[in-house]
Write a protein that binds this ligand. Structure first.
Ligand code: PLP
Length: 394
């Protein structure tokens, strides 16, 4: 084979993490086992002491999981990866690894709801303080830095507003503050954005979304850039216990093979659909990093190698218009989550962000008529035809 380091990204998606196995299968076998036999007590002792390589117990390590982790570390340009039971397990493991009582964390306002709740409520119980900022404005991040700031947590594009954060600029701020920059890269995937190459210390994902890509499991992953961080995170993951199951790791690894080609089609469809929506009489505005009208279009061009599959748009008719459109989709499916091969649509004000209340929603940029679309890889004409008839009733 050619030098593995030099192959192109789409080839890496197919080959990354695949080794040589007994009987010569071309994909890693599924080691669906909780535990591994020792040859003797001396062998067990050597494994526990780390003097010999091998497996002990699947919470601590499993070959099927490791194959998937190696693949993702390679795609993200990181040192090693840690497979987790969910995106939230990846996020909590990261924050509990990096933060101690008395520390301060800066978090972007436009982040996944449960992440904000984890930081504001659960971490606060352990005396970890936080400041929420609009990280699209880099100055706001800089101003929020305190002597005890240990983590800057960014999600870009943000959820569900699709605002961008300049990762290189925030990485500079983090470096000066001796804080770790953690990036939730779920919306872009390494096919379109590689945070570690832009200066992040940790890149993490809900693999439930684009990485697995088939809406058939819940999983997460953390990518780190050096061995010391890896060892520290592995200990925390082992203690918190939110590891991925070997079968789910196998499915994610299978999904990764088509990541590059899926992201291309998500982006291709989304550009056409975003343009269609921008010209629709019932649509007030469209936010999509692939549109020149996106306020940070030039940053998108620099930071991403494609605009991705997530579109937000605002209906002129507000809340009821959003509800009516949602209740009339037939081809697109009304569901939360994102990043699968099928097109999903949701209306945050009446669904995911209902309990937040109107005032808080507006301050987070979630207006009453905002609709979030996760564009699938179907034919774009079928998606547009469905939106057309649903919007007629909006
Ligand atoms: C879904 C999601 C999460 C949480 O992931 P789970 O796999 O549901 O635990 C975190 N961040 C982002 C951006 C997400 O979309």
């Amino acid at each position: 084979m050619t030098d593995k380091q030099n192959i192109k990204f789409d080839s890496k998606c197919v080959h990354a993490g695949i080794g040589d196995y007994e009987f010569g299968p071309v994909v890693p076998p599924i080691y669906q086992t909780s535990t591994f036999k020792f040859k003797s007590t001396a062998h067990g002792a050597a494994l526990f002491k780390g003097e010999e390589e091998g497996y002990i117990y699947s919470r601590m390590g499993n070959p099927t999981v490791e194959a998937m982790e190696n693949a993702i570390a390679e795609l993200e340009g990181g040192h090693k990866a840690l497979g987790c039971a969910s995106g939230m397990a990846a996020i909590s493991t990261t924050l509990f690894s990096l933060l101690s009582a008395g520390d301060h964390v800066i978090c972007t306002k436009a982040s996944y709801g449960p992440t904000t709740t984890l930081i504001n409520n659960l971490l606060a119980k352990y005396n970890i303080e936080s400041t929420l900022v609009n990280s699209a404005d880099v100055e706001e991040v800089k101003k929020a830095v305190k002597a005890n700031t240990k983590v800057i947590y960014i999600e870009t594009p943000g959820n569900p507003t699709l605002e961008l954060t300049d990762l290189k600029a925030v990485a500079e701020i983090a470096k000066k503050a001796s804080a770790e920059l953690v990036v939730d890269n779920t919306f872009m995937s390494p096919a379109l954005q590689q945070p570690i190459k832009l200066g992040a210390d940790v890149s993490l994902h809900s693999m439930t979304k684009f990485l697995n890509g088939h809406a058939d499991l819940v999983a997460g992953v953390i990518v780190v850039k050096d061995e010391d961080t890896y060892i520290k995170f592995r200990k925390t993951l082992n203690q918190l216990g939110g590891v991925i199951d070997p079968f789910n790791a196998f499915l994610v690894h299978r999904g990764l093979k088509t990541l590059a080609i899926r992201m291309e089609k998500h982006s291709y469809n989304s550009i056409i659909i975003a343009n269609y929506l921008e010209n629709h009489p019932k649509v007030k505005s469209v936010t999509y990093p692939g549109l020149e009208s996106h306020p940070q279009y030039s940053l998108a061009e620099k930071q991403h190698s494609g605009p991705g599959g997530m579109i937000s748009f605002e209906l002129k008719g507000g809340f009821s218009s959003g509800e009516n459109a949602m209740n009339n989709v037939k081809f697109c499916q009304l569901a939360v989550s994102l990043g699968g091969v099928e097109t999903l649509v949701q209306h945050p004000a009446s669904m995911t962000h209902l309990s937040m209340g109107k005032e808080k929603r507006e301050s987070a940029g979630i207006t009453e008529g905002l609709v979030r679309l996760s564009v699938g890889i179907e034919n774009h004409e079928d998606i547009i035809n469905d939106l057309e008839q649903a919007l007629e009733k909006a």
